[in-house]
Design a protein around this ligand. Sequence first.
Ligand SMILES: [Zn+2]
Length: 264
Amino acid sequence: MPELPEVQTIVNGLNQKILGKEIKKIIELRPGTVFWQNPVTSLGNINYISRRGKYILIQTSKDFKLVIHLRMTGKLIFETDLTKTSDHVRAELVFNDNTKLIFDDVRTFGEIQILKINEEIEAFQKLGVEPLSDEFDSQYLKNKLKNRKAPIKSILLDQRIISGLGNIYVAEILFRSKIDPRIPGNRLKKKQLESIVSEIKTVLQEAIKHNGTTISDYRSVEDKTGEFQNFLKVYRKEYCECGHQIKKIKQAGRSTYYCPVCQK
Ligand SMILES: [Zn+2]
């Protein structure tokens, strides 16, 4: 699933490729992909593209916005040849200059919602802090972890606490912080919280610099893979840098990779 760095890479690509373009039409090729909250005759030109958590926001000059979530396998591919398509195309945004953006999604969990600029989707009200913002610091994390007995790994995945982290980056962040993913949130010391916050910011920024991580489906707007998979230290690894065997366990139904020697 695309996490914050992959979604940010896509947003950066969209800003290069489709900012300013006029949306001619949106074609839904698989029902249940595009949700129109209002009747719309014309969306206008794209004038702002941004990210919130794992959501992509595309604002238009006629005061509408497209809210896109890629879920498991969604991809947005920019195409200059209108006759070209992709294997699992679900919808297309066609622009006035005869270019288009293909929404391809094997698993079909992704969606595009079209709202008025001042309408908010419900999920947004519950989204936690942006981890790359100044608002996210060790004091914020300390407040959120008070009385939380859940393992730190599950807490970091909770989008209501921090938005944008997923299974791969949480594994890398906890490895770099040398913290056991099973430790209850409320047992972490100040130094450990500071380390987690600092590693979250570092890992995310490094991953954005390398255009995200491609394990299977993720592609950029230019249909290219990311490169951060070459820098992973623990996720799906057999040995850590020190030569210890990486352990794989299940936490809340999801795989956790960690080094039982380096992470305490
Ligand atoms: Zn180790």
